[in-house]
Design a protein around this ligand. Structure first.
Ligand SMILES: C[S@@+](CC[C@H](N)C(=O)[O-])C[C@H]1O[C@@H](n2cnc3c(N)ncnc32)[C@H](O)[C@@H]1O
Length: 377
């Protein structure tokens, strides 16, 4: 039992019951497990060992998934499509198989919950990064330094090696290297507005990430954990991750270890080639910074533009409560299916202190769809 922000006590059962609803649309296996654990969470007691803020069913599920990916002959793996399984999740044998697997992997689950955090590196989010970079190019910028805050294994920093397909449009990219893309990412286009052209991109003449705990894409343990944090039925995401990891293992993007809440960020921005405008990109990363740090983030980018004497651009894909340009867009109607979308924002900080910002699009958190808005922020 632990307390939420509003002081209510939340049990493991509460968490799994909520996750049963959240996972139901795309993970019948996790939804079924979560329904049972929502009634009695004793089999998932290891999750109580997680530090505050990490007590999430997704952490426990990732631990179990990692055990099965490591040993796909485990009997529970027969229900996990990611492990080659194809048994029906409504099968009455599933409950006993789950309990037996939890027993077998008990010690591992305790270790995972006590020491790890879920980790993602979602290549699908490059549908948003590409639109942001193309908007920078459309403003006349031909070459940039790309700096990613919270890049994980750096897979998104290799955006110019990927091709993207928006709705019924043609594939665009890659803009660097061989014509065959390392990964092709497709997304749906919602609504009537056609996104602004996603091509060309500026040349990414310099690129670097800043992450508190980066992962080497060539390290099999890093790859295993990234795969384990995907849900077992998410085949498209899994295939994309595997392709992107294989390509990045041979040609990784540089990532520096550091804390974006400190002047590690300023040092990195300062060290970019002198004349290049900088694009600072972040997705699902600002949420990890403390509230006051988030609130001061835009001012730090503006100060960096002044210090460098070049424009600093910001391409941001975060939950809308985190967008640095505030709640000015809260009048955008909610998605018809109630999806909590992320927002893609573009800001420009000029050396003389002027700032402009636009809200470009709403984007499904893993890049499944884009709704183009292009509103002043
Ligand atoms: C949810 S992952 C998102 C990864 C990637 N941006 C993506 O969209 O797939 C968040 C990343 O932010 C990093 N992170 C968290 N706090 C950080 C900080 N204070 N400074 C730098 N990186 C941080 C984590 O290590 C992790 O790699």
């Amino acid at each position: 039992v632990d307390a939420t922000d509003d002081g209510r006590l939340v049990t493991l059962e509460d968490r799994f019951a909520r996750f049963a609803v959240e996972s139901a649309p795309t993970s019948p296996v996790y939804a079924r497990f979560s329904t049972w654990l929502g009634e009695d969470a004793a089999p998932a007691a290891a999750l109580a060992l997680a530090p505050p803020g990490q007590v999430r069913p997704t952490l426990w599920f990732a631990g179990l998934h990692a055990a099965l990916l490591r040993d796909p002959t485990d009997s529970l793996a027969a229900w996990y499509p990611s492990c080659g399984g194809s048994r029906d999740p409504t099968d009455p044998d599933l409950r006993a198989a789950l309990l037996a697997a939890v027993e077998r992997h008990g010690q591992w689950l305790e270790e995972v919950c006590a020491t790890r955090a879920t980790q993602t590196n979602e290549v699908g989010r490059t549908v948003a990064l590409r639109l942001g970079l193309a908007a920078v190019r459309a403003a006349g910028v031909e070459a940039v330094s790309l700096v990613e805050v919270g890049p994980s294994a750096g897979l998104l920093l290799r955006v110019d090696r990927y091709a993207h397909v928006y709705g019924a449009g043609p594939a665009v990219g890659p803009s660097r290297g061989p014509a065959a893309p390392d990964v092709t990412v497709t997304c749906e286009v919602r609504g009537d507005a056609t996104p602004a052209p996603a091509d060309p991109l500026p040349v990414i003449a310099d690129r670097v990430g800043l992450d508190a705990e980066p992962g080497d894409p060539a390290d099999p343990e890093v790859a295993l954990w990234l795969r384990a944090c995907l849900w077992p039925e998410h085949a498209v995401r899994r295939a994309r991750l595997d392709e992107a990891l294989a390509a990045a293992a041979a040609d990784p993007a540089p990532v520096v270890v550091g804390d974006a809440a400190t002047d590690d960020l300023e040092a990195l921005l300062d060290a970019r080639p002198a004349d290049l405008p900088v694009v600072v990109w972040h997705s699902s990363a600002l949420a990890y910074l403390a509230r006051p740090v988030r609130a001061g983030f835009a001012d730090r980018l503006a100060a960096a533009a002044g210090a460098r004497g070049t424009d600093v651009w910001q391409v941001s894909l975060e939950g809308d409560f985190l967008a640095p340009w505030d709640a000015a867009h809260t009048d955008v109607p909610p998605e018809p299916d109630g999806w909590i979308a992320h927002v893609l924002g573009l800001a420009r900080y000029r050396p003389d202190g002027r700032r402009e910002a636009r809200l470009l699009a709403r984007v499904e958190p893993h890049g499944r769809w884009v709704r183009w808005l292009d509103l002043p922020a």
